[in-house]
Every structure is written in structure tokens, then in C-alpha cells.
Design a protein around this ligand. Sequence first.
Ligand code: ZN
Length: 373
Amino acid sequence: MGLRLRITPSTLIDSTFPLPTPLELGSVSTVSLRYSIFLPYMDQVNSQRARIFGYSEIQMNLVNWYPFIAPFKDGDWVIREPWSHGEYLVYPIADFEVNVKFADPQTAPVIATSGFAEPNGEFTRYTLTAGRAFAISASRDFQVSTTQVGETTVYSYYFPIYKNAGDAAMLTSAQAIQVFSQMFGLYPHNTLSIVIADFQDSMEFSALYFHSRSFYNLYDGSPQSYLITVAAHETGHQWWFDQVANDQAQEPWLDESLTTYSEAIYYEAAHPDALAWWWTNRIDFFEPFGEIDIPVYEGQNADTYKYIVYFNGAHFMKDLRGRIGDEAFFAFLQDYYNQGRERIVSGDDFFRILDTHTDADYSDIVSEYFKNR
Ligand SMILES: [Zn+2]
């Protein structure tokens, strides 16, 4: 069944298109959309948060650049209001095939994507299986380093003056893939691309993350560095965001607290001497506080939101692990990953699966960190 739709920019956000006939369970419908994108300038000065989508003097980034069908859960479409900080989109699991060609191949930039590249006639075809969000970044200034971890190729795209930091981010992600594959379950994709970002902040997408150039500027060669910390964080999102997805607007603690705590798991395995530095400088310096089960809309501002959801969330995970013990904690995380993969999980799933791995009473910890449990 084919369906042709006429859409305008005003219908692009949260639109409902009736199908000619209802779609039976397990059947397939093809929807074709033909559209052009007008890229905005990534204005970092006159905006509340990092501008990621668009172009700067040295980079073009395509994120959330195509329409997708919102997940349908518990009888409702999961569509959340945009917000100034934090993520709010909820993604279904999807397979992607993206074919790219440039009008003038002679002047084509270097491009980084979420997919595995192979030639396809005059195009390059990029495929990503069972992912959430397909991102593309292009620059004529990118240099690329690569390394191999098992079946996975890790790419690092950076501007030439940042070779040391670009390589360090790549090696961190390669190590983190090894650590997390062992502790949580196998890394799901055959590529991971780290892309230096011409904006503040780092940001995860499937098999690709943007890494703020401010971290490359500050990198001093030590693992006690935000370049390394945040590289481990964004790599962790491939487990807690890309594979095990959640409602990022309503329950952001699910992916962010676990991903932030995954940084600690990375340091424990890869740089145990730096773990104390991590707690002191990454977490406790900011005096984290608050009940972590807030929606993204209640964080007051970007910083406070982080102190609560990310940093106090890491304390929750630490306290929980301390109470139930390492064996139960990691058995739980592996099970949570297995059961949650390719799904959109909720806090109820988190605690339901947790309870199958421990008889310990952790109710006081839950009371301390949650207001709605
Ligand atoms: Zn994060």
C-alpha cells in the first residue's frame, strides 16, 4: 500500500495522517515523503542551549532531520513537548538505509554518520540496524582516526589541531565498548563514530556522538579530564538510550543516571586510580541533590537539571549497588539490557527486573531518591 502526502513546514511537527485503510497487526505500509531541508546557522550565542542542527563555518550537522513515526505505547502516541534543555524525543527502534551523493564529488566533504558505509553506484550507502536516531556530520576539515574493537570499527573525526585529543576520545570509546560489552552486554553496532562538535556540550545519537570541542581544547593527556569522562558517558548511551530506550521527557533519570554511573564503571575498569577524582570533580563538586524522577520540564535550568538527574542519579546507582552487592547489581544490569533491548522501558520495568535479582530491602534508598515511588 502506498500513500502520498503533501506536507508543509507547519504540518511537520506532530502531524497525523490517516491511512486509506487501517493497518493490520504485522502488516507493512510504505509512506513516501519528498522534502527539502533548509539548514539554519548554528548560532551558539543567541540561544539558550547548544545549537546542534545546522551549519557553522566549519561543520554541517544533520540530527533529527527526517520525519519519523512516533512510538505507540499503552494506547497512545508518545509525543512530547520540546524543551530548552535535556532531550525530549522518544524514538522507536528502526532500521535505516541512507544513500548519500554530492552534487559535485570533487568538492565533497568528509562525512561521519551513524551507519556502516559501502559503495552503491554513484551513492554511498549507510546502514544502521536496530537504532534510534541516524545522524550525519560533514566537514571539509575533518581528519579521521580509526581503531578496531572486535567486530566494531571506532572512528574519530576531529579538526587537525586536535589529533591528540581526537585519538584519546577514540581510545576511550574503544575501551568503554570493551568494558560495557563485558559488564552490560555486547555493543550492538559495527561502527561507532566520535565527531568533534563545533558547539558546547556533547550529544548522543545511534552509533555516533558529538563531542564538544571545548573538551578537546582542555585535554591535557590525563584520564582525569572531561574529554575522557564525557567520551565514556556518550559511549554508555549506546546501551542506555540507543538499545534500551526510555521516555526521555518523562523519565530522563532512566538513561541519564545509568549512563552517568557507567562513567564510574568505565573508570573502575580502565583507570581505577582516577575513580576518586571522578567522584570529587565530576559529581560531588556540584553538590548533587533532589529526587531524580523528575520530567525534563521540572529541572529549573540546565545546570540544576543535571545536578539532580545525572549527578544525584549516579549516587542512587552507587547506593543501590552498595546495598544489593556487585553480583546482583551487574546481573541486574545485564538482564535489564537484555530485556530492554529494542524496547522503550519505564521505571516500572527497571524495578520489576531489579526485584528478580535481589531480596535486599532498598526501600529507604528509593524513598531518598524518588518522590513518586
Ligand atoms: Zn547523557
